[in-house]
Design a protein around this ligand. Structure first.
Ligand code: F6R
Length: 359
């Protein structure tokens, strides 16, 4: 049941210290990554990686793809529903990675089948043991987030992103010419602290106050670059799903190529910073501010973005790879509280289903 919480979504947001501990459990060994499902050498023949996913899982896939590219592995991310109409080389050197919480999303299953027919090898990254994706793919790795009841995906996003970060280390060690992160040990040490850092966010968040102050706005925009871009897209998706308000996410630098026309003093801009390469996010936040938009920095305390923002949602200092996930927890809470103030049916938004089994 929901226990002390009004909604499953809030329970699942608050469950993240535990679900993330489960995702990580036993998978960091002596400064290295150990995935029992994927022993060393599993991916020796892989040349290129294609992610296929939908919705929130697509945003987690973007996160993972960003990390894989940093490891020198050629990677693309394809919306599963677009896969069949996307031409391009696929062969035995292609690893298609299906990121799917349920393991039952029709578009994602169909993309994997299409890739397999073109000769690719497949891997499912899923929450559900024995799901169709897990059974049909050549390999499966589990995100171990535990059951998620709320239609809006929350704890499964953070567990997907962490699993993909671990997978990146496996691939970087296996794929010829890949370059494992130089600061891998520090990064993995900081990962061990992620559950505690999430706990800190949950205990200190100002998201409810912010939601109350901004809830009668006309539109809500979310911007970020690099890993922050995927978090911005996810922040906007969550917001529109459960509040029914107009929300959009953009790569920070794209704002001035069109969306800026929508920015007014009635459209708060949430600027997501991870502490690495956020320069574009700051300059574009200033552009929006010049047009009257209230700026909300979702960033570590000493980040340059806080100098321009009217409001600051604080995240603990950590490795940039994990900072985006902490920013995402803040955004999950903003969406939740805004939807609650608007008295939306948070766990079952209109027109949406937990698992989309039609194409
Ligand atoms: C958003 C949401 C959906 C799912 C998408 C894919 O909160 O839940 O966007 O992420 O339908 O579902 P899975 O991960 O089960 O393939």
């Amino acid at each position: 049941g929901k226990g002390e919480y009004d909604h499953y979504m809030l329970k699942e947001i608050n469950n993240q210290p535990t679900s993330l501990s489960n995702t990580i459990e036993g998978r960091i060994d002596d400064g290295d990554v150990a995935l029992e499902e994927l022993p060393a050498g599993t991916f020796e023949d892989v040349e290129t990686v294609q992610f296929v996913a939908c919705g929130t899982s697509y945003h987690a896939a973007m996160y993972g793809a960003n990390l894989l590219r940093s490891a020198g592995i050629s990677t693309e991310v394809v919306r599963a529903s677009e896969y069949a109409s996307m031409s391009g080389p696929v062969d035995e050197g292609t690893l298609v990675v299906a990121v799917t919480q349920s393991g039952e999303t029709a578009d994602t299953l169909e993309a994997v089948r299409e890739a397999t027919a073109r000769g690719a090898r497949s891997l499912a990254v899923t929450n559900v043991v024995g799901s169709t994706a897990a059974r049909e793919a050549d390999d499966a790795v589990y995100i171990r987030a535990g059951p998620e009841v709320g239609v809006a995906a929350t704890k499964t996003f953070s567990s997907q992103a962490v699993t993909l970060a671990l997978l990146t280390q496996r691939l970087a060690a296996d794929v010829p010419d890949a370059t494992p992160a130089a600061d891998r040990e520090t990064m993995l040490e900081e990962l061990k602290d992620l559950p505690e850092h999430v706990e800190q966010v949950l205990e200190t968040t100002d998201a409810e106050t912010l939601a109350r102050d901004t809830v009668d706005s006309k539109s809500y925009f979310f911007i970020g670059n690099g890993l922050g871009h995927s978090v911005a897209l996810e922040g906007a998706l969550k917001f529109k799903e459960i509040t029914y308000e107009h929300a959009e996410g953009f790569a920070a630098g794209e704002l001035k190529h069109g969306p800026l026309a929508l920015v007014t003093d009635e459209s708060p801009v949430f600027a997501v910073a991870t502490g690495s390469g956020d320069g574009k996010t700051k300059t574009n936040a200033i552009e929006a501010q010049t047009r009257g938009a209230p700026i909300v920095a979702v960033s570590p305390d000493d980040h340059p973005l806080t100098d321009v923002a009217e409001v600051h949602l604080s995240i603990p200092d950590t490795h940039p790879v994990w900072a985006g996930l902490l920013a995402n927890v803040q955004l999950q809470l903003v969406s939740y509280h805004a939807a609650d103030l608007l008295e939306r049916p948070i766990d079952k938004p209109r027109n949406l289903a937990k698992s989309v089994t039609v194409e």
